[in-house]
Design a binder for this molecule. Structure first.
Ligand code: UD1
Length: 422
C-alpha cells in the first residue's frame, strides 16, 4: 500500500488549482439515469470515487466515457440493462445509494444494496427511503437490499427532513423531477453541491425552485433531456489547501476559489490569524504575523463550518496559541485523526463529540495512519509544519478525494513524495 512522506520545509508560495467537487460530481453522475439523452460533465475531478461511480453506472448499462484525461465525463443512459446496484460496488462507496431515486423515478423500480457501515459513524439511509416513500415508493428491505417499486410512477408529495441530510436531499430532488405533480422538500440541505445539482437538472428540463434555501419545490415533468454542465469547485479541496500556507506559513493562491463556498471557514481562519483575499482568479491565503491563535469550531450543515474540514482545521489548531474546542455535530466518531496527531506531539482531549486542542509550539514528524479521507489529508497538513519526517500510511483513502496531492503541494514548495507500496 502506498504511503506519503512529508518533511516540514518552511513557508509555501505559489498557486494551487482547485478541481471540480467530488461530492457534486458523485450526485451529478447518477442524474444521467433520469434521461435517455446524453449528459456531459466538464471540470470533473480525477479520483477513485469517480471511477467507482463510473463502474456502478456501467453495471446498470449506462455508457460512461472519460475524456480529456478524465476532466470530461460523457454519459448516456439510453439503453440501461439493469435496475440493480450490486453490493460489491455499493459497499465501496456510500454515495452509490444516489442511484436509487433516479432509477425509481425513470423506471418505476430499482434494487439497490444498502451501503455498509462507515469509518465515521453509522450513517443510515433511512431519510433517503422516507423521502421516496413520501412520493409513493413502495419499499421492501431484505437480503441487504432495498427493493423499491412505484407502480404507475412516483407522485409528488411533501416531506420534511427531521435532520438535514445532503445525500437524502439529492436523492429526493432527483426522484421528484420525474414524479407526477408537485413535491415540496422541507428542511432540505443547502450545500453548494445541491445548488449545482439543481442547476444541472434545470438544464435537463427539470422545474425546480428554492435551491440554496431549506425548501425545495419541484414540479415534475414527463421527461428530461440531455445537457452539458461544469462541476462546481470543490470547496473541501479548496479549504484543505487554504490551510497549507496557514499551517506552514507563506502565501498561496487557490485558483478557482470562491469565498461564498467557504464563508464560515474563512471567518474562523480570520479569527485564527490567517488572511484570505479575493482576486479575479481565486483566493490568496497568507498567514498574518505571529503564531496562529486558538479558535472554537462547531461543525454544522452549510452555510455552517463543514464537517469535512474539521480534521484539517484541527491540524492547524494543534500549533495555535491557547486552547481550542472543536465540536463535531454531524457525525459521531469523527475524531480518529486525533490519536494520530497526538503521535506527532499534539495535545488533544476527546470527550464524545468534543475535542479540546491545546496548541504546542511545533509538531514533530512521526509515522501515522490515515483512517479516512479527510483524516489522511489532515496528517499531511500537520506534516508540512512538523519538525522532521511524517510518513502517512494507508493513503488509499486520500486518492478517493484528492487528485495529485503530492504534485499540487510540491508545486508550492512542500517536500512531499509518494512511496509506492508493494
Ligand atoms: C455528504 C458528503 C460527506 C459530508 C456529509 C455532510 C457526499 C458524497 N458526501 O454525505 O462528504 O461529510 O454530506 O456534509 O456528498 N443521516 C441519517 N439518515 C439518513 C442520511 C443521513 O441519519 O438517511 C445522518 C448521518 O448519519 C449524519 C447526518 O445525517 O449524521 C448528515 O449526513 P448526510 O448529510 O446525509 O451525509 P452524506 O450525504 O452521507
Amino acid at each position: 500500500m502506498d504511503s506519503i512522506l512529508v518533511t516540514g520545509n518552511g513557508a509555501l508560495n505559489g498557486q494551487i488549482p482547485i478541481a471540480g467537487a467530488k461530492n457534486a460530481c458523485l450526485t451529478l453522475m447518477p442524474a444521467t439515469l433520469l434521461s435517455d439523452e446524453p449528459l456531459t460533465l466538464t471540470n470533473a475531478p480525477r479520483l477513485s470515487d469517480i471511477k467507482t461511480m463510473t463502474l456502478l453506472l456501467q453495471s446498470l448499462g449506462a455508457e460512461v466515457s472519460s475524456l480529456q484525461d478524465g476532466k470530461v465525463l460523457a454519459m448516456s443512459s439510453h439503453d440501461l440493462t439493469s435496475h440493480k446496484a450490486e453490493y460489491d460496488i455499493v459497499r465501496k462507496m456510500r454515495a452509490s445509494i444516489l442511484v436509487l431515486g433516479p432509477l425509481l423515478a425513470r423506471y418505476g423500480e430499482a434494487i439497490v444494496s444498502l451501503p455498509g457501515g462507515c469509518a465515521i459513524g453509522a450513517r443510515p439511509v433511512d431519510l433517503h427511503l422516507k423521502a421516496l416513500e413520501a412520493m409513493g415508493a413502495e419499499l421492501d428491505l431484505r437480503e441487504g437490499y432495498v427493493f423499491a417499486k412505484a407502480p404507475g410512477g412516483l407522485k409528488g408529495g411533501t416531506y420534511e427532513f427531521p435532520i438535514v441530510s445532503v445525500g437524502a436531499t439529492e436523492n429526493a430532488l432527483m426522484a421528484a423531477t420525474l414524479a407526477k405533480g408537485t413535491t415540496v422538500l422541507k428542511n432540505a440541505a443547502r450545500e453548494p453541491e445541491i445548488v449545482d445539482l439543481a442547476q444541472c437538472l434545470r438544464k435537463m428540463g427539470a422545474q425546480i425552485e428554492g435551491e440554496g434555501t431549506s425548501t425545495l419545490t419541484i414540479q415534475g415533468v414527463e421527461r428530461l433531456h440531455g445537457a452539458t454542465h461544469p462541476v462546481v469547485t470543490d470547496r473541501i479541496e479548496l479549504g484543505t489547501y487554504m490551510l497549507a500556507p496557514a499551517i506552514a506559513g507563506g502565501e498561496v493562491e487557490l485558483l478557482g476559489g470562491r469565498i461564498d463556498l467557504v464563508g464560515a471557514f474563512c471567518e474562523k481562519l480570520d479569527a485564527a490569524g490567517v488572511s484570505v483575499t479575493e482576486t479575479p482568479t481565486g483566493l490568496v491565503v497568507a498567514r498574518k504575523n505571529g503564531r496562529i491563535r486558538a479558535v472554537d469550531v462547531m461543525t454544522e450543515p452549510f452555510p455552517g463550518f463543514p464537517t469535512d474540514l474539521q480534521a484539517q482545521m484541527m491540524a492547524l489548531l494543534c500549533t495555535a496559541e491557547g486552547t481550542s474546542v472543536l465540536e463535531e455535530k454531524i457525525f459521531e466518531n469523527r475524531f480518529m485523526h486525533a490519536p494520530e496527531l497526538m503521535r506527532m506531539g499534539a495535545k488533544i482531549d476527546v470527550h464524545g463529540g468534543t475535542a479540546k486542542v491545546t496548541g504546542v509550539e511545533r509538531l514533530k514528524g512521526a509515522p501515522v495512519m490515515a483512517t479516512d479521507l479527510r483524516a489522511s489529508v489532515s496528517l499531511i497538513l500537520a506534516g508540512l509544519a512538523a519538525e522532521g519526517e511524517t510518513q502517512v500510511n494507508r493513503v488509499y483513502h486520500l486518492d478517493r478525494g484528492y487528485e495529485r496531492v503530492e504534485e499540487k503541494l510540491s508545486a508550492v514548495g512542500a517536500k512531499i513524495e509518494r512511496i509506492k507500496g508493494s
